[in-house]
Design a protein. Structure first.
Lengths: 514, 304, 260, 340, 280
């Protein structure tokens, strides 16, 4: 890297490589990681995640939310109304104050059908956004919920609920675009610590500090953050090595090893309950037999996958709710439900009336996910040991997600925001929920999830969750492969990596040692 | 049976431009005779030949067979069939490189229902007739010389007993000695079969040797036509005169001043009042061709 | 004194075929000497060999040649450029299709000027004068044209003009009129004859047309299969041929002298 | 000339419309559901339906076609599903990057192609020629993405000649004010030599690869046409006057040999702008339309991909018309035939 | 020296030229490649199954091309890929040859309207570089080896149509065809007896080049993920799989498949050039 003329003297700059380009700036429609990173840092939210003091360069999420653009957040007595009061100095980047009208608009937009956030909206327990989110005065907003849930405050800290400028939005809206998607796709009404400076589509987007932002102290934060599109992970790593970028997100395990080997670089390995699994279509004539599913689970070479594919940057997944998620059955991250055992598998297959060489299956996997692709190859040779012929079908991301519900077997991984076991079980395994891609259906499980969603008592919730998890482990709708740790490589001068709930970096927390 | 071309006009259109290659030409090709067309290059000689052979449609005018010189037309149905054959300027190019000579020579017989044995016999007969060894029949075109190829082409043209053979500069690409032999051969064959020739050429000496009648073309028009002796010995049109005068005499003892003649006659063509290119009476050849002798017609009013 | 003398010239191909064998001839100043022979008999190769223009794969095996007493070919090896130029068959192809006539003339004059030390100025005027000298009446119009916009006869005149501009003592003409109309041919032949007469240069004139040879040359060489069969006065060759091939050639020349 | 000009523009219009029609019918067969893709993994069926309506995908195919053609003539290539932005805009913002890379690559291809072609022609049938011909075969038989990969490995990883490709400028340089969209030109206009140099250095690596890969066809053409020109009658004429070899090579050889190159440039440009670019831009993280196409492909972004392909097709047709006119201008023989 | 001598000598001289040795080498390489592609997978399998912990072994006696990150033998996979890639080269070349030259000949034979329509259609197709056309076709039809092959074949058919048409037109105006017409042959008869046999060598030469281009484009499509889907061994997708490894220093997983592409495509091109010289 050169020290060119374009570089401002003394300005602290961080270049972060993402595997994608910033697809859109609309916080409710974005899909790319880079866009997620940008949106999370240009918009402020009412609450924000609370982090512990930095340890070894990492700021860890405490599991609680604290105030951000809101000055106060108070529940009424029966915990059905949450009242927010805005900070008096909360302003948009152009200096216009953020009002309760903006808050109402922003929350309603998040819960509208303009994006996919509405799916999460149910978990806020707001039955009707029109009635449930109301402005009391210019700086006070009431959020009315049907019943309390620990997730409400957590979720309101998500960047899915950013504060947008209502007047700008309404100016840009039209009859065919009521929520001004065209406007927010390419413009932003920044309310967070950074504002957009410039963008070279397909290459990079540059952020600079928002001078009007007062909700936190950003004095030591980087002055400029460049979000760089580096589709090829190896090239991103090389760029990190020769100083062209400072941080690389989403390292593959082999690159993480390479980062560790380089004395000038530092690897941040952040444990998440991101569960990788082999989903089996429970409506498939063969796979609907739990014995077959268990047999397959016994065939998975768990240790090989963790050693060879994940290179050790992973934990074990015991069931659909793995460590370190709250209420996980296995608090250690080391237990395996169906240990690798070819004989056990053969026995189960025999019981199910399947003879060696009879079964042939198709396993689909996203081509872009190198870890899962690699896993597929290993699983292929493992199943071959029990006489199961496995055809590996690599699909591009779009095809994969379009066909998810119809695939016979697939490799995928899932990570729930909020680290909540009920939330996780609901989306993945409750019958009829559209993200239940294996079509698994168990009346008892459904009942337990519903009960847990309705309860406000943490202890009861925990008990229900554990019961539900046991059913899942026993029924083996999936083979639970492992959990994937998030791997971030950075120059050793960079610190302040946030081990946040949504695996997003808070750019204002980054620190650069000169 | 005579082949009659009546007021033929041909216009080429290409890339948005028109070339009036032939501008109203009438010809009468008789069996047993040789009609020679001479003229400047690009004057439309080949085009006329193709029209006469039925290889190309005329833009205007008609083509017919007549049984007597001025009898009723038989219609154009017969043209383009084997009644007319053609011998081309480049002998080797007129033979399919992938075909043995035998096959090429026999080709016109296939469509007449001749048996294989007949065809073989006839091919051998003709190939000897044109002075070649029958072993040539088993060779490919690239294995024979230009002179031999032209003989093969003549054999092919004659094999189906056509009434008219069109010769488009048949000797232009051949050596002088070979040329003489081919011309002799053509004359012999005509005497033997009574075929009629339409011979296109630049070469006045070939005309002298073979032609019974001559038509002189200039800029798509016939400017003079008539019996060979009459036209060659007493040319009337300035262009004909220039053409004949320009042929160098192959005898160093005979003084020749071609350039002077050409200059004089050319000047005539370009400057003299009734001129085939420049003035209207000659442009419209219907009024422009005048009889100056028995069957001797000339376009130039001044010359007539 | 002879202008050009060639002795023992043999031309061979790289794969060992002899194209021309033991060729000899001489040209006097102001004389046109013809070479006739059937196609492929080596006329062009002989002509090209004198200017060192043989195509790749063909070379002079042995022979000596001198021009104005200066030897330029010694034992098959070129020892200097003879002061000779050449005009070719198919004049349109012999001129650069992408350059206007003016550019080609100026290119030549510039080159000659450099060699001879004449000034740059007046080259255009010289170009015009050159064209006029070969009987082109509208030199300005012709100068502005590309070769493809001119007739073959016109291009051959341009070629003659260029060949003459170099002030050679020998002009080699390889079938300069083949492919041209007889009327145009007559004019080109006249142009060559007059040029020779006015400048006193020697001409080696290759043709296979006996008529052209008869009317243009003073002496003629007859070639057959790469061999020189006869080299004598035109009159002798035509009226008292000593070689069988020459006889055949004459017999095939059908044109009878006619009175005009 | 006028008539043939009209005919040519007629053909161009037919070609451009044909491109649009062809691409519509190819893309409407797409089995993936663009609305589903647009809505994303977490969308409900109702949201998908809504998007279907929004993109008009619920209409009969003929109605869709009608709209598409109307939009096409208004230069509206639809809205990208992936980014929600007009495809035309997105392509246009990325076009300068591709064109800058493409032009330099083309320049390199032409210089290299002409240079090697002439060299081979001058030394025809000798060792130099043989070597060049072998190089040509291998350059055109090597997969461009493979060569690019090896080049990055060798030049960046092993030898460190170039820095890692991270777009159009190395770290620490700000893009110059956009005038032409070409960084090198814009930086020069702004008088910023350093940025111009940096931009050029960044550009050079991928451009050299593309250029190298595109040059074989030019070498072949230049070689054969130069040989033809050098063995032509007019070159022989020049030799008969004793012109120096340089003059003969330039006036008789090159001048005539370069004409066929003009028409070949169309093909090469097509390759450089499109064919090779999807692969190269991906590997070099170059923010051009090729990368856009790749990203769209990965996301089944029907409209974006369609827009890209149409842009390529239309550009190609127009480019070839321009080149043909240029050729007509450059070659006096054609000009004569046209009666100019 | 008579023309017949020239012709004969031309043949003698043409029998062995220096360029021929390249061509013989190319034939040899192709033959060996095909033989290996048939024999090696029969003997040793296609290396499809992972060998657990032996990922990314550099080339050795045991694994001549090394192993990939999944521990698969790259040599075996490269050889197995011959079946797909080279077969595909032949298949595309053949179908383009047959279809392209027939349509081209028809276009030349039939009158103005058919010809005009066919030419305008090929114009449109020619506006797309093969990879781009194949890209949109595969993106539309679906990502499979079949569709990629069909797409590549479609992309190279219009140029073939053009070539065969122009050659057919050229030959149609040859004197020997005119002579055939005068013999009474019909237009169709002429087309089959004279035009096609003489014209076909040009498309034939072209088709060897098409084979080479098809291999390259097909590999490119697989590299982009729209051709052969992994884990089926195919050179282009093998290179794609090795991208990460080469940048980290393991050059063999993508180097060898790329060399296979180079060898086979170059062989076809050299053979094409050679045929071109021989047949013309
Ligand atoms: N296929 C064609 N398309 C367009 N113009 C043509 C075509 N064939 C011939 N011409 C033009 O028509 C005119 C007459 O051509 P034609 O070939 O009949 O002349 P010619 O007398 O045979 O000439 P030559 O003595 O050179 O053979 C010429 O101007 C020529 O350029
Ligand atoms: N480049 C070449 N390499 C080898 N042989 C050649 C080459 N060019 C011509 N020849 C041969 O050299 C011999 C003499 O050819 P040349 O051109 O001198 O004949 P010519 O008498 O000029 O014939 P024409 O009257 O046809 O012009 C011929 O047999 C010819 O085939
Ligand atoms: Mg003619
Ligand atoms: Mg000659």
């Amino acid at each position: 890297g050169g020290d060119g003329a374009g570089k401002k003297a003394g300005a602290k700059e961080v270049i972060i490589a993402y595997a994608t380009d910033v697809d859109t700036l609309d916080p409710h429609q974005l899909r790319s990681e880079a866009a997620y990173g940008v949106v999370g840092n240009i918009y402020g939210t009412l609450m924000q995640e609370e982090y512990s003091a930095p340890a070894d360069g990492v700021l860890k999420y405490t599991g609680k939310s604290t105030l951000y653009l809101a000055q106060s957040a108070t529940w009424n007595k029966d915990r059905t109304t949450l009242t927010f009061k805005l900070r008096p100095d909360a302003v948009f980047a152009d200096g216009r104050p953020i009002t309760s009208e903006d808050v109402v608009y922003s929350l309603r937009r998040a819960l509208s059908d303009v994006g996919y956030a509405s799916a999460i909206g149910t978990w806020l327990n707001i039955s009707d956004p029109e009635k449930g989110i109301v402005a009391v005065d210019t700086s006070t907003v009431d959020v009315k919920v049907t019943h309390y849930s620990p997730l409400i405050e957590k979720f309101l800290a998500f960047q899915l609920f950013p504060m947008l400028d209502r007047s700008a939005a309404e100016k840009a809206a039209g009859s065919d675009d009521p929520w001004a998607a065209g406007f927010f796709g390419k413009d932003a009404t920044e309310s967070g610590p950074y504002v957009i400076d410039s963008q070279v589509k397909g290459q990079s987007l540059t952020l600079v500090k928002n001078k009007a932002f007062k909700a936190s102290d950003t004095a030591d934060a980087p002055d400029r953050v460049v979000v760089q599109n580096m589709p090829d992970p190896q090239q991103a790593f090389l760029a990190l090595q020769n100083g062209a970028v400072d941080i690389v997100t989403g390292l593959t395990p082999d690159l993480a090893q390479a980062v560790e080997r380089d004395p000038d670089l530092k690897l941040y390995e952040l444990a998440y309950s991101d569960v990788a699994f082999l989903g089996m279509n429970n409506k498939d004539p063969v796979l609907k037999d739990a014995r077959v599913r268990r047999a397959i689970s016994h065939l998975i070479p768990y240790q090989t996958l963790r050693d060879e594919v994940m290179k050790g940057y992973s934990g074990a997944a015991y069931g659909a709710v793995p460590y370190p998620m709250s209420d996980a059955l296995d608090p250690t991250g080391e237990k395996i439900a169906y240990p690798t055992d070819v004989n056990a598998a053969k026995k189960l297959l025999d019981e199910a009336g399947i003879k060696p060489g009879e079964l042939s299956l198709t396993l689909s996997v996203q081509a872009s996910d190198t870890v899962l692709r690699q896993s597929a190859i290993f699983i292929q040779s493992a199943l071959a040991q029990a006489g199961i012929a496995l055809k590996v079908n690599e699909m591009n991301d779009a095809d994969f997600s379009t066909n998810l519900g119809k695939l016979q077997m697939f490799l995928d991984s899932w990570y729930s925001w909020g680290q909540d076991s009920i939330y996780q079980l609901f989306f993945l395994l409750k019958s009829g929920v559209f993200t239940n891609y294996t079509g698994f259906s168990d009346k008892k499980l459904d009942k337990l999830i519903e009960q847990a969603m309705a309860t406000t008592d943490p202890g009861e919730r925990r008990a229900l969750s554990r019961q539900a998890q046991r059913i899942v482990v026993d029924q083996a709708p999936w083979a639970f492969l492992f959990t994937r740790n998030v791997l971030i490589g950075a120059k050793s001068t960079v610190s302040g990596i946030t081990h946040s709930d949504d695996a997003n970096l808070r750019y204002d927390r980054l620190r650069i040692a000169q | 049976m005579d082949l009659v071309l009546d007021d033929i006009g041909v216009v080429y259109r290409r890339g948005g431009y028109e070339t009036r290659a032939v501008r109203g030409v009438s010809l009468h090709i008789r069996k047993g005779e040789t009609l020679a067309i001479v003229g400047e290059s690009g004057s439309g000689k080949t085009t006329i030949a193709k029209v006469a052979a039925g290889l190309q449609k005329a833009t205007s005018g008609s083509l017919a067979w007549r049984s007597t010189p001025y009898g009723a037309p038989e219609g154009a149905r017969g043209t383009g069939s084997r009644r007319v054959q053609m011998v081309f300027q480049h002998p080797v190019q007129s033979l399919d490189p992938l075909w043995r000579i035998r096959r090429a020579v026999q080709e016109p017989l296939w469509h007449g229902g001749a048996s294989r044995r007949e065809a073989d016999a006839r091919a051998a007969e003709l190939i000897t007739q044109v002075g070649l060894d029958p072993s040539v029949l088993d060779r490919y075109p690239r294995q024979i010389s230009g002179g031999q190829a032209q003989r093969v082409a003549i054999a092919r043209a004659l094999i189906a007993k056509p009434e008219i053979v069109i010769l488009d500069e048949p000797t232009a690409s051949l050596d002088q000695t070979v040329r003489a032999r081919i011309l002799t051969l053509l004359a012999e064959l005509q005497a033997g079969t009574g075929v009629g020739y339409l011979m296109i050429t630049h070469d006045i000496s070939s005309v002298r040797r073979l032609a019974t009648r001559i038509a002189v073309m200039y800029h798509g028009l016939i400017v003079e036509s008539g019996p060979a002796s009459a036209v060659l010995d007493a040319p009337r049109h300035p262009y004909t005169r220039a053409l004949i005068a320009a042929v160098p005499i192959a005898d160093p003892r005979v003084p020749w001043n071609g350039a002077e003649h050409v200059a004089r006659h050319r000047a005539g063509i370009l400057a003299q009042a009734p001129c085939p290119v420049e003035s209207s009476p000659c442009r419209d050849h219907g009024t422009g061709l005048h009889q100056v002798g028995s069957e001797h017609l000339v376009a130039c009013t001044a010359a007539a | 004194m002879t202008l050009l003398s060639v002795e023992g010239l043999s031309i061979r191909t790289a794969d060992g075929h002899t194209l021309v064998r033991d060729f000899a001839l001489d040209v006097n100043p102001g004389e046109i000497v013809g070479i006739v022979g059937e196609s492929g008999s080596g006329k062009t190769m002989t002509a090209l060999s004198l200017l060192g223009l043989l195509p790749a794969g063909v070379s002079v095996a042995c022979g000596d040649a001198s021009l104005s007493g200066r030897p330029f070919l010694r034992d098959g090896r070129v020892c200097e450029r003879p002061n000779a130029t050449m005009i070719f068959q198919n004049p349109t192809a012999a001129l650069n299709p992408t350059m206007k006539i003016e550019a080609q003339l100026i290119r030549l004059l510039t080159f000659l000027g450099k060699r001879r030390g004449t000034g740059r100025r007046g080259r255009r005027a010289r170009a015009e004068a050159l064209l006029e000298s070969v009987g082109i009446h509208e030199p300005r119009a012709v100068l502005r044209r590309y070769p493809h916009q001119l007739s073959g006869g016109m291009n051959q005149r341009v070629m003659v003009a260029m060949a003459v501009a170099a002030e050679p003592s020998l002009l080699i003409a390889d079938e300069p009129t083949t492919g041209l109309d007889v009327t145009v041919q007559a004019q080109i032949l006249e142009l060559i004859r007059s040029t020779v007469a006015s400048r006193g240069i020697g001409v080696l004139f290759v043709s296979h047309d006996m008529g052209v040879i008869a009317q243009t040359c003073r002496r003629v060489a007859v070639m057959y299969h790469g061999e020189l069969r006869e080299f004598a006065d035109v009159d002798d060759v035509f009226h008292a041929p000593r070689d069988a091939y020459t006889e055949e050639l004459l017999a095939s020349t059908l044109e009878q002298p006619s009175e005009r | 000339m006028l008539r043939s000009g009209l005919a040519r523009s007629g053909i161009a219009v037919v070609g451009v419309v044909g491109v649009a029609v062809l691409i519509f019918f190819i893309t409407r067969l797409l089995p993936g559901d663009p609305a589903r893709v647009a809505a994303g993994q977490y969308a409900t069926d109702a949201q998908v339906e809504q998007l279907r309506r929004q993109y008009g995908l619920d209409q009969p195919v003929l109605v869709q076609f009608g709209r598409y053609m109307v939009d096409f003539f208004r230069l509206d290539l639809g809205t990208s599903i992936r980014t929600g932005q007009p495809v035309t805009d997105e392509l246009l913002t990325r076009l300068p990057a591709t064109v800058e890379l493409g032009l330099l690559a083309l320049l390199i291809a032409v210089v290299l192609g002409v240079g090697l072609g002439v060299l081979a022609a001058v030394h025809r049938h000798r060792v130099v020629d043989k070597i060049i011909q072998l190089l040509v075969v291998f350059a055109s038989a090597a997969a461009v993405f493979w060569i690019a990969l090896l080049a990055i490995y060798l030049f960046v990883n092993e030898w460190g000649v170039f820095t890692s490709p991270i777009g159009r400028l190395p770290r620490g340089y700000a893009p110059p004010d956009p005038v032409t969209g070409f960084y090198v030109v814009d930086a020069l206009l702004a008088g910023d030599l350093e940025t111009a140099g940096a931009a050029l250095r960044t550009l050079l690596f991928p451009a050299m690869l593309l250029g190298l890969h595109a040059s074989p066809s030019i070498v072949k053409i230049v070689r054969s046409s130069t040989i033809r020109a050098l063995e032509s009658d007019y070159a022989r004429t020049s030799r008969s006057f004793g012109y120096p070899p340089g003059s003969i090579l330039f006036h008789d050889g090159l001048r005539n040999a370069l004409l066929p190159v003009i028409t070949n440039i169309g093909l090469v440009a097509g390759f450089v702008l499109a064919g090779g670019n999807v692969l190269i831009e991906q590997l070099y993280a170059w923010p051009g339309i090729g990368q856009y196409a790749y990203d769209s492909l990965q996301e089944n972004d029907l409209f974006a991909l369609r827009g890209y392909v149409i842009l390529i097709g239309v550009t190609y047709i127009l480019l070839n018309i321009v080149l043909e006119l240029a050729y007509r201008r450059a070659d006096p023989r054609v000009a004569v035939a046209e009666g100019r | 020296m008579t023309p017949i001598d020239n012709a004969l000598r031309g043949n003698v001289a043409g029998r062995m030229r220096p360029g021929d040795s390249f061509a013989y080498a190319a034939f040899g390489v192709l033959a060996v490649l095909i033989a290996m592609g048939v024999v090696v997978p029969l003997l040793y399998g296609d290396g499809d199954v992972a060998m657990k912990t032996q990922g990314l072994l550099p080339p050795s006696w045991e694994h001549p091309f090394g192993t990939d990150r999944y521990g698969r033998d790259i040599f075996l996979r490269s050889m197995a890929a011959v079946r797909i890639d080279v077969t595909l080269g032949f298949a595309v070349a053949l179908s383009v040859l047959v279809f392209g030259s027939i349509v081209g000949a028809l276009s030349a034979t039939f009158g103005r309207t058919v010809d005009m329509v066919i030419m305008r259609i090929t114009d449109v197709f020619l506006a797309f570089p093969a990879v781009v056309l194949a890209l949109i076709i595969t993106a539309s039809l679906g990502k499979s080896a079949w569709f990629a092959a069909i797409a590549v074949a479609i992309a190279y058919t219009p140029p073939m149509v053009r070539l065969s048409r122009s050659k057919a037109l050229e030959i149609r105006s040859a004197d020997y065809v005119a002579a055939g017409r005068l013999s009474g042959a019909s237009t169709v008869g002429l087309a089959f007896r004279h035009v096609l046999p003489n014209a076909v060598k040009y498309p034939f030469v072209q088709s060897t080049l098409v084979a080479s281009w098809a291999i390259l484009d097909f590999a490119a499509l697989s590299f982009l993920g729209v051709g052969v889907q992994p884990p089926t061994p195919e050179w282009g997708s093998m290179i794609a799989e090795g991208v990460g490894d080469i940048l980290l220093g393991s050059w063999w997983p993508s180097f060898f498949p790329g060399s296979m592409i180079l060898l086979s495509a170059a062989s076809f091109q050299i053979i094409g050039d050679w045929l071109d010289r021989r047949l013309r």
